[in-house]
Structures are given as structure tokens and as C-alpha cells.
Design a protein around this ligand. Structure first.
Ligand code: BDR
Ligand code: CA
Length: 313
């Protein structure tokens, strides 16, 4: 039986890669997408999620629209220089034919988790607002979910949205602190590992030769994203952030993991910084918090090989 997952996403080029990586992996069943602001506004994230399902030939996979705003502070806005103004590398996609669900992202998550106790894994690869809202509406999802494997945060390394913080967490630190503090198993696949996974131009060139519609779509949208990495980081290729969370689900042995409680800074210059308590000593603020699986090392060659193999044909 494949493991049922809900991907909470702000597509986004690397979100697209992660969603398709999951859909092409027989161990996983994507039972729905929920959308969130981040790389683009929520309305466009929703349009893109529906587009992605139609491109994949899976318009039956439901898309539930998420929150338009973070829990406590205004959304800082999209990042058109990273993913394109359309979030899809500025390739001018037609409008989708389908519509989102009437249920909100939080409602959809609650319905699915509570009706299938112990079966649903949440895979958030954007800001954590919808997940925190679902917890607020129905705290018992914490006992009924299988686990949460998220892309976000930076435990022992600098951020990317600011020197302190990673983009997904920075976009809603209050929500992230709720999610890391809830009584469920969270795995944090953050910049500590994703900045070690460089899918190079040579790897990306393979997508151009692939015939399946998911790989062909990635081949179209990835050049814009790649250009961003070349300009900003001076690297050949891209960091595959969101796919790393999917890779963890497929093969956790790819990662080295530490178990630490995490708090999220919500104030000042370091807003959005994820702070692990790496010591054994209980510290006020971190005491009584659940242990998070924090990914700190990755076999990047094996991970990239896995993703390339799943996308091939
Ligand atoms: C995260 O931010 C977004 O730009 C990516 O889609 C990824 O989820 C990386 O910090
Ligand atoms: Ca994302």
C-alpha cells in the first residue's frame, strides 16, 4: 500500500519538481494538494497547483486553497526573481480547466487526517500557516496524522531569505513555532541539507530528453530558476529544496538526523530563525517541546540519482 501524502505547497519551480517526484514514486500516493502564499500569492499558487495536476494528466487530484495571509504579520510578497512572476518560470501557461475545492486547505487536511487515522503524512513545502490553522481548528490531528515531513528552516547554517532565516519559515514564523511545538512527529528538511543538494546543469539537461509530460514541464520551467542560482549563488545548477522532503519519505537513510526541540524566533532581525536546543540541558523556552527530527547531513549524489531515476522515461 503506498503511503498517502498531502503536499502543502506554493508552486514554485522546486515545488513542482517535488510534487512530480512524489507522483512518479509508487511508494507514495498524493491524495491532494493544499496551497499557500510564499513564492507567489495563494490565488496563483492554487491556479498553478491545478495546472500541474492537469499537465500531469491527474485532474482528479483535489486542490484545496489555503490562507491568503500569515497568522500574525502581513505577507511580505512574492519572489518573481526566483520562480518567475507566474511561479512557473514565466512560461505563459494557459488557465486551467478545473477548479479548487470549496473546502479550505485546513478543512481538507482535517477531513483527511481524521477520517483515516494514522494514515496521512503531511508534506509542507511552503510557509506553515495552513498546518497551524488546521491544528488550531482540530488539535486532535496531531494524534491522528502519521507524521509531518517539511521543507523549511535552518538549524546550524545561515538562512536564505535573510542571514538568519529560511524563506518558508520566515514567511510565517508564528505558524512554524506552533507546528514544531505540536505533539506529533515532525521532520525538518531544511537548508542544512538542501544547500548540499546541487542538481547541476548536466543533470538538468537530461530533462530535455525525457518524454513524460511532468519531466517536459520541468524542462520548460527550470531555466528561469537555474538562472537565479547562477546569478545569486554563482553555482551551476539548482538546490532542490522541496524535493528533499520527498526524498526523505522515500529513503530516510539518505539523511543524517539529529533529534532536537526547535523554537522559532518571531522578533526582530532574526525573525524566522529556527533554533534547536542542541544541548542536553533543559533550557527555558525549549523545555517540554517535542523532539524534531532535524536533517543535518545528506548523501546528495544518491538523492539526485533517485530523483533523476524516478523522473526518467
Ligand atoms: C523554500 O523557499 C521556496 O522558494 C522554495 O520553494 C522552498 O520551499 C526554500 O527556502
Ligand atoms: Ca516551496
Amino acid at each position: 500500500m503506498p503511503r498517502k501524502i498531502i503536499i502543502d505547497t506554493d508552486p514554485g519551480v522546486d515545488d513542482t519538481m517535488a510534487i512530480y517526484f512524489a507522483m512518479r514514486s509508487p511508494e507514495l500516493e498524493v491524495i491532494g494538494l493544499t496551497t499557500i502564499f510564499g513564492n507567489v500569492h495563494t490565488s496563483l499558487a492554487t491556479t498553478n497547483a491545478i495546472r500541474l495536476m492537469e499537465i500531469a494528466g491527474r485532474p482528479d487530484i483535489p486542490v484545496a486553497p489555503g490562507s491568503d495571509n500569515p497568522l500574525a504579520q502581513p505577507y511580505e510578497g512574492p519572489v518573481p526573481y526566483v520562480h518567475g512572476a507566474d511561479g512557473q518560470g514565466d512560461v505563459n501557461l494557459p488557465l486551467p480547466g478545473g477548479n479548487p475545492l470549496a473546502a479550505s486547505a485546513a478543512e481538507f487536511i482535517i477531513d483527511q487526517v481524521m477520517s483515516q487515522p494514522g494514515e496521512i503524512t503531511l508534506v509542507p513545502v511552503g510557509p506553515l500557516t495552513n498546518i497551524a490553522l488546521a491544528l488550531r481548528l482540530e488539535p486532535r490531528i496531531a494524534q491522528n496524522v502519521r507524521e509531518v515531513v517539511l521543507m523549511g528552516g535552518n538549524a546550524l547554517c545561515p538562512g536564505n531569505a535573510s542571514p538568519a532565516a529560511e524563506a518558508n519559515i520566515r514567511n510565517d514564523p508564528e505558524a512554524a513555532d506552533v507546528v514544531f511545538g505540536a505533539p506529533w512527529q515532525v521532520t525538518m528538511v531544511g537548508l542544512d541539507v538542501t544547500h548540499q543538494v546541487n542538481m547541476t546543469g548536466k543533470h538538468l539537461a537530461h530533462y530535455n530528453a525525457l518524454k513524460n509530460p511532468m519531466a517536459q514541464h520541468i524542462a520548460r520551467i527550470v531555466p528561469f530558476y537555474r538562472n537565479f542560482f547562477e546569478t545569486l549563488y554563482g553555482i551551476d545548477g539548482i538546490f532542490i529544496h522541496d524535493s528533499s522532503a520527498v526524498a526523505y519519505l522515500l529513503d530516510p537513510t539518505l539523511f543524517q538526523v539529529e533529534q532536537w526541540p526547535i523554537r522559532v524566533e518571531t522578533q526582530g532581525l532574526s525573525r524566522g530563525k529556527t533554533w534547536p536546543n542542541t544541548g542536553k540541558r533543559p533550557v527555558a523556552g525549549w523545555e517540554d517541546r517535542p523532539l524534531v527530527n532535524v536533517c543535518v547531513g545528506v548523501d546528495s549524489t544518491r538523492m539526485i540519482d533517485l530523483e533523476m531515476a524516478r523522473m526518467a522515461d
